[in-house]
Write a protein that binds this ligand. Structure first.
Ligand SMILES: C[S@@+](CC[C@H](N)C(=O)[O-])C[C@H]1O[C@@H](n2cnc3c(N)ncnc32)[C@H](O)[C@@H]1O
Length: 360
């Protein structure tokens, strides 16, 4: 067992099995041994690759989307531009470069980055120096006011709770120690009313044996963002893998060096994620006063924003090798069997905004 595993094992010995959300939070953001404290997990040499790292076109089109939203909001100045979990800063650097088509936009934005990883903050500082970002540990300290927000592959990293339906009722899946005390294993807590309070009706109808997930952290954040959108002219874009409707299913996954891993082995050494329940995010934001649009498939969203034309234009000035890379990036971002369908895009806006670009 690694150092974080030993710390979690000591806690379980002292207080008993812990909810998956606690295990996941420690594994991802423990101040010393958490996965996102280790450095840079992205790219071919890391554990996974994300859309902005696949192609510059992803961030550029989001830059155009942000400019369009800013204009429809009445060109507020100043305008908070917030990114949740900016990774290497690639998406935002590409977006701000594309947004130079409207110099007033660049002058109006105040860039705020929500990032827990010190290593990635350093990468973001290098990529976004010119935009003078301010960093935040969480959403709570981001200033209010007119706001544009982007979150790509952020919500999947927020801790989830899992429940299993048994003959006796819904029981929470907890992380315990096995009989050797050297490995983690799943156990079920006694049935409780928590599942009925937290799960959606579509999940509660599941058969005995089914697992259902909920992310109170994701819901709470969507509600807080929704409240911000209801207060001042604003728009937000959430991109992630997940499902449009709340449904039962076990989507917890661990990925290490681009390969699936056991989520209960070596906490902090693999990326732990779960599919995003977009319906739950939309419900939470609407209840807080915002409008929700979509979700739509990433491929459809990017095509509606003109990614194919953008690729053609880039290819026109590219070497044959560069053109090949542009075409392969395009295919990866919009291909049905690649990121085009699994990844979904949800927009949240102030009331009265109507469908944003890419959602019409
Ligand atoms: C999967 S990466 C996505 C990076 C980037 N958006 C991209 O598309 O390349 C998740 C990002 O969210 C950050 N992150 C994860 N959990 C976080 C949390 N609880 N608070 C703040 N940042 C977090 C990570 O450090 C990382 O920057």
């Amino acid at each position: 067992m690694n150092a974080l595993g030993r710390a979690l094992a000591a806690r379980i010995r002292a207080t008993g099995p812990i909810p998956l959300a606690d295990y996941m939070a420690e594994a991802l953001t423990h101040p010393t041994f958490g996965y996102y404290r280790r450095g840079d997990p992205l790219g071919a040499a890391g554990d996974f690759i994300t859309s902005p790292e696949v192609s510059q076109m992803f961030g550029e089109l989001i830059g155009f989307w942000l400019v369009e939203a800013w204009e429809r909001l009445g060109r507020p100045d100043p305008m908070m531009l917030v990114e949740l979990g900016p990774g290497r800063g690639t998406l935002m650097a590409d977006a701000l470069r594309a947004a130079k088509v409207r110099p007033d936009f660049g002058a109006a934005v105040r860039l705020h980055l929500v990032e827990s990883s010190p290593g990635l903050r350093a990468r973001q500082a290098a990529a976004l120096q010119h935009a003078q970002p301010q960093w935040h540990d969480g959403w709570e300290t981001v200033p209010g006011g007119p706001l544009l927000l982007i979150a790509n592959e952020f919500f999947d990293a927020l801790p989830i709770r899992q429940f299993q339906r048994t003959d006796a009722g819904w029981c929470e899946r907890m992380v315990a120690l096995d009989e050797t005390g050297e490995r983690f294993r799943w156990v079920l807590a006694p049935p409780s009313a928590a599942a009925e309070a937290l799960l959606a009706p579509e999940q509660l109808q599941a058969a005995v044996g089914a697992i259902a997930e909920v992310s109170p952290a994701a819901r709470g954040l969507a509600a807080a963002i929704g409240a911000g959108l209801a207060e001042a002219p604003s728009a937000a874009l959430i991109v992630d893998y997940g499902h449009d409707r709340s449904a039962p299913g076990d989507t917890l996954q661990a990925v290490r060096r681009h390969q699936p891993a056991d989520p209960l082995e070596d906490p902090g050494e693999a990326d732990l994620t779960a599919h995003v329940d977009f319906a739950a995010l939309a419900r939470a934001a609407r209840a807080a006063g915002a409008e929700a649009h979509g979700p739509v498939a990433q491929g459809d969203f990017l095509k509606a924003l003109g990614i194919e034309l953008r690729a053609e234009r880039l290819c026109a000035h590219a070497t044959p090798e560069q053109a090949e890379a542009i075409r392969s990036g395009l295919h990866r971002l919009i291909g049905e069997a690649e990121m085009g369908r699994l990844f979904r895009v949800l927009a949240l806006t102030s009331p009265g905004f109507g469908p944003p670009a890419g959602f019409i």
